[in-house]
Design a protein around this ligand. Sequence first.
Ligand SMILES: C[S@@+](CC[C@H](N)C(=O)[O-])C[C@H]1O[C@@H](n2cnc3c(N)ncnc32)[C@H](O)[C@@H]1O
Length: 199
Amino acid sequence: MKGSHYFSAQPEARSRPATATLRLPDIEVELLTDSGVFSHGAVDRGSELLLRSVAPPPSGEILDLGCGFGVIALVSALRAPQAHVWAIDVNERALELTAANAARLGATNLTAAHPDDVPGDVRFDAILSNPPVRIGKDALHSLLSRWLARLLAGCTAYLVVQRHLGSDSLAAWLQEHGYNVERVRSRGGYRVLRVHVRP
Ligand SMILES: C[S@@+](CC[C@H](N)C(=O)[O-])C[C@H]1O[C@@H](n2cnc3c(N)ncnc32)[C@H](O)[C@@H]1O
């Protein structure tokens, strides 16, 4: 994809490295960020709310769909050292930052990969994601359909979405498509949705 969006494969923005600090009750991390990657220089408030609201399963395969510089994937990997975390993104600079952050933090249970490089037989025990709503409704729906289909039966995805960017209509769409959806947190204009695959 060409252009100057944070979801471009190769961002045109000149590199401007900066760090972002995240302090949670259980973990404090300093992360490398860069221009051309979502939330340059600071952890997104929605992603922080997600990480304050939910915990990853202790083991199994976990997916961060649209990892950016990796904050959700990295905190999940540190919280669940027995699990394996897939951090996927179409933005190559984002994947490089995620891999560099994982190396700095010693998170050896994390793989940063392009979506097409996740082996087809991998199934997920959980998805934690701040999804790319700005790619447009149809593209978002097909992206979520693609990855929710790879959740194991009975397992859960947690999505954080801004209310003014369509969290409620996304919840309705998911429900229409057979998922159980519950709002687990609502704060500062963000909603954390729990999306459950029926067993
Ligand atoms: C809202 S940002 C969240 C980034 C990061 N998780 C965070 O919390 O800072 C969404 C991310 O999804 C990525 N993205 C866009 N289209 C994608 C796709 N088709 N597959 C995977 N990731 C995608 C974007 O490049 C962006 O990094």
